[in-house]
Design a protein around this ligand. Structure first.
Ligand code: FAD
Ligand code: SF4
Length: 490
């Protein structure tokens, strides 16, 4: 059904319920409002957002499904504890401004989180409606409602800033952890300078997640807001090289430093052939496309490696983003090679479904064992091995077991490796005092404080590759610690 049809049927639901006092049974009987989206055949020819967002009728009809549970199980599943039933109540009433105020008391990036948060394993997983209907896909669509509310309030006022305190805080990185930390510290009247290694701010929100899932104008808007609050942003500044953490705290006169440098170091498989021409990390591939606009082949100075048959290794969101980008850049065949089954894939279910709808193939229970070369050192094929599922591992997923003697070759002319990211070691290498764990992630206490005096950290650099909402939560926790520390100074 197209968006007009979906809106009409939601309008009919609303008219049929008008003036009625709704019982739990009535609410449970309302059909879940699906998200309108671009037609798969159309969308693989453009970079525009796939999900189109609810209309007002759809949002209000969906909001009426909420039971306003007294024990609020959905809130327990939200990493930043948004008062979900309260904001949904306001949507049902049509007071979107009030709904926005409720959300923004806990989250500063609702338009972004409403789009990219894995709600099905967070708030929606605990929703009473989904539980009663024995299907998480039938839970109240909290994320879609959050997005609706955020999109209706794009002109929300800039947060107030307390009078200047004369204290200075350096923020390293400009991803969601750093954005949240910068906003909360600046609100308290401290001067904030954000240092970003790249020529664009936003971290993974800008260089990783593609435009068709998260329009960049939304990210720019959030960063503009920081600028309007008085946060100074210095791009092209690599902390650890351009300035060290010691220099920031010493001659540069900062009173505290927050490090939100993320997990941007791509992992590789360690199989033969990974150094061939045509093998890329998903980070490189997505950065070229998102940040350097490689999809605009007529204007881009850094075009993508052209390929018709592309193999993507991995089963997470990053693999789905790379595969779907490859289709949009003109690949004729995109195979996502994953050693378990679709059920164990860490990617969001919706992203996997979108990838399949668009024409990506998923080769399950398949493990790449070698990338094969042509006579010019370019990718010619991938040798893969069949797997079966074995015992359940520590993470609750069944482990893949390789089947000896089952190897075969599949022809490809490029490979994108999307099997995960680790933290970049640069800051640690130039700052001995910061303790890290075996994976290179910074170790912090319950306030986000590192082992180094005056230095806090949060986001993927602490958690390892995680999620936007968790990074935001980490940024806020560290900001609280920094604000308390600065308040304690004479
Ligand atoms: P980042 O967003 O990584 O930002 C770190 C910033 O620090 C970067 O801009 C980097 O350039 C900068 N930096 C690094 N080192 C230095 C230095 N030495 N000096 C100065 N600057 C530095 N999460 C979800 O919730 N939903 C999704 O759908 C989702 N999809 C994803 C898709 C992709 C392709 C990727 C890669 C990740 C995805 N994630 C998703 C994960 C999520 O984006 C991250 O968990 C989140 O962005 C981490 O935030 P952060 O602020 O810690 O770091
Ligand atoms: Fe509404 Fe579901 Fe939360 Fe209950 S658990 S308040 S039904 S969103």
């Amino acid at each position: 059904m197209d968006i007009a049809g979906m809106d009409k049927s939601a309008g009919e639901i609303l008219s049929s319920l008008e003036g009625k006092s709704l019982s739990v049974k009535d609410r449970m009987a309302i059909e879940r409002q699906e998200m309108p989206s671009q037609d798969p055949n159309e969308r693989i020819r453009n970079m525009n957002e796939v999900a189109l967002g609810y209309t007002e009728n759809m949002a209000r009809a969906e909001a009426l499904r909420c039971l306003d549970c007294k024990n609020k199980p959905c809130v327990e599943g939200c990493p930043v504890s948004i008062d979900i039933p309260s904001f949904i109540r306001e949507v049902a009433k049509g007071d979107y401004k009030k709904a926005y105020d409720v959300i923004s008391a806990s989250s500063i990036l609702p338009a972004i989180c409403g789009r990219v948060c894995p709600q099905e394993v967070q708030c929606q997983k605990y929703c009473t409606v989904g539980k009663a209907l024995k299907n998480v896909d039938k839970a109240v669509s909290i994320g879609r409602l959050e997005r609706f509310v955020a999109d209706r309030n794009t002109d929300a006022p800039i947060p107030e800033v307390a009078p200047e305190t004369g204290r200075k805080v350096a923020i390293v990185g400009s991803g969601p952890a750093s954005i949240s930390a910068a906003a909360d510290i600046r609100r308290n009247g401290h001067s904030v300078v954000m240092f970003e290694a790249l020529h664009k701010t936003g971290g993974v929100l800008s260089y990783g997640i593609p435009e068709f899932r998260l329009p960049k104008k939304l990210v720019e808007k959030e960063l503009d807001k920081l600028g309007k609050m008085g946060v100074e942003i210095r791009k092209n500044t690599l902390v650890g090289r351009t300035r060290t953490v010691h220099e920031l705290l010493g001659e540069d006169g900062f009173d505290a430093v927050f490090i939100g440098s993320g997990a941007g170091l791509p992992k590789f498989m360690g199989i033969p052939g990974e150094n061939l021409v045509g093998v890329m990390s998903a980070n490189e591939y997505l950065t070229r496309s998102n940040l350097m606009k490689a999809y605009d082949s007529k204007k881009s100075h850094t075009p993508e490696y052209r390929a018709k048959r592309i193999a993507v290794f991995g089963g997470g969101n990053v693999a789905m983003d790379a595969a779907r980008t490859a289709l949009r850049l003109g690949a004729e065949q995109v195979d996502i090679i994953y050693r378990r089954t679709q059920e164990e894939m860490p990617a969001r279910k919706e992203e996997v479904e979108h990838a399949v709808e668009e024409g990506c193939n998923i080769l399950m229970l398949t493990q790449p064992v070698e990338i094969l070369s042509d006579e010019n050192g370019k990718v010619r094929a991938v040798k893969v091995r069949k797997c079966v599922l074995g015992e359940v591992g520590k993470d609750g997923r069944r482990k893949p077991v390789e089947v000896e003697g089952s190897d075969y070759e599949i022809p490809y002319d490029a490979v994108i490796v999307a099997i995960g990211n680790a933290s970049n070691p640069l800051i640690k290498l130039t700052t001995d005092e910061i303790e890290v764990n075996q994976r290179g992630n910074f170790i912090v206490d319950e306030n986000g404080k590192t082992s180094m005096d005056k230095v806090w950290a949060g986001g993927d650099i602490v958690l390892g590759a995680a999620t936007v909402i968790l990074a935001m939560g980490e940024g806020r926790r560290a900001a609280k610690g920094i604000n308390e520390y600065l308040a304690s100074l004479k």
